[in-house]
Design a protein around this ligand. Structure first.
Ligand SMILES: CC/C=C\C=C\CC(=O)SCCNC(=O)CCNC(=O)[C@H](O)C(C)(C)COP(=O)(O)OP(=O)(O)OC[C@H]1O[C@@H](n2cnc3c(N)ncnc32)[C@H](O)[C@@H]1OP(=O)(O)O
Length: 277
């Protein structure tokens, strides 16, 4: 897509009407994330959120090796994270700011109004789990190798995995074991605990499945789909009644006459058009 061509670390395609495909495009470095890459990730998802030509997004990694090997472990990134040569007090303040900015990049996926379908294959380490946990739907290829890798580089995961993953999967025990050990886990385990909803034979098939789901979503009312994303995310972790109250207010505001036209058309089995929404 022309309007996204300035982003050097990503490709953004439009494989079908109202569908955007964002591809992390640093395959020579196993799609690892430099500071430039994580800022571009934020900017792309903020733009897509408001892009009227886009209703659903598929996110994957370029090349055969993997979705991403996580944080870029080169001097450039190390220098930025280290904050040198700032003195002690400013250094801590600076580091806090960098982590917050990085967190915001991942949150841009969750806060994007449009649903995001993450497609993982091969190496999917560290940041991969942060990113995929912020996505709405997760699909993977059978060769995927996930790891909450941060403890292996001396960090407690700090940009979303520890907050989002326990809300997605069925076992705290499993999350904690993975976070403390950084051991690799594969597609079958990810599916068993509910981290991914589909495992496909290879990357191409996983992408095809994601496109199929995206195609269905793209034809639905964007008001209804984006409302659903907002309401599910709002209700997560809040008392049911609070979620219901917010939902009532949201739908009272969001439901227009088009909604009833669509319902009638569905009843009469006529094709529904959401072009005006
Ligand atoms: C404020 C903090 C915020 C965020 C923190 C995020 C935390 C994380 O993301 S933790 C995860 C960090 N990543 C890693 O620890 C993975 C490091 N890489 C590896 O262990 C290995 O590369 C491998 C993934 C196991 C794959 O091994 P192998 O199959 O032998 O391939 P390689 O030859 O090692 O890699 C190919 C090519 O990619 C480059 N590369 C791989 N990972 C990274 C990386 N993380 N950063 C930069 N570059 C990476 C590797 O150097 C190779 O490049 P060449 O030019 O061919 O040497």
């Amino acid at each position: 897509m022309q309007k996204y061509s300035e982003f050097s670390c990503f490709n953004v395609f439009s494989p079908a009407e109202f569908v955007a495909h964002v591809e992390i495009n640093r395959p020579k470095s196993l799609n690892s994330f430099t500071p430039t890459a994580w800022k571009q990730l934020r900017d792309i998802f903020n733009l897509l959120s408001l892009d009227r030509d886009v209703r659903v997004i598929v996110l994957s990694g370029a090349g055969d090796r993997g979705f991403t090997a996580g944080l870029d472990l080169t001097e450039e990134t190390f220098n930025l994270l280290s904050g040198a040569p700032l003195e002690e007090e400013r250094l801590r303040f600076y580091k806090h700011q960098v982590i917050k900015e990085f967190q915001d990049s991942i949150s841009a996926i969750e806060n994007c109004r449009k649903p995001v379908i993450g497609v993982a294959h091969g190496i999917s380490y560290g940041l991969a789990i942060d990113i995929l946990s912020a996505a709405d739907v997760r699909i993977c290829a059978s060769n995927v190798r996930f790891s909450i890798k941060e403890v292996d580089i001396g960090l407690a995961a700090d940009i979303g995995t520890l907050q989002r993953l326990p809300k997605i999967v069925s076992s705290q025990s499993w999350v904690k074991e993975l976070a403390y050990t950084a051991r690799d886990f594969g597609a079958a385990e990810a599916e068993r605990y509910g981290f991914v909803s589909y495992v496909l034979e290879d990357k191409q098939q996983a992408l095809a499945k994601a496109m199929l789901i995206a195609g269905v979503i793209a034809k639905k009312s964007p008001v209804a789909v984006q409302g659903s994303k907002t309401l599910i995310n709002y209700s997560r972790g809040r008392p049911v009644q609070e979620g219901l109250d917010y939902t009532a207010a949201w739908n009272a505001f969001a439901l227009g006459n088009d909604m009833f036209e669509a319902a009638m058309a569905a009843k009469l089995r006529k094709p529904v058009s959401f072009e005006k929404l």
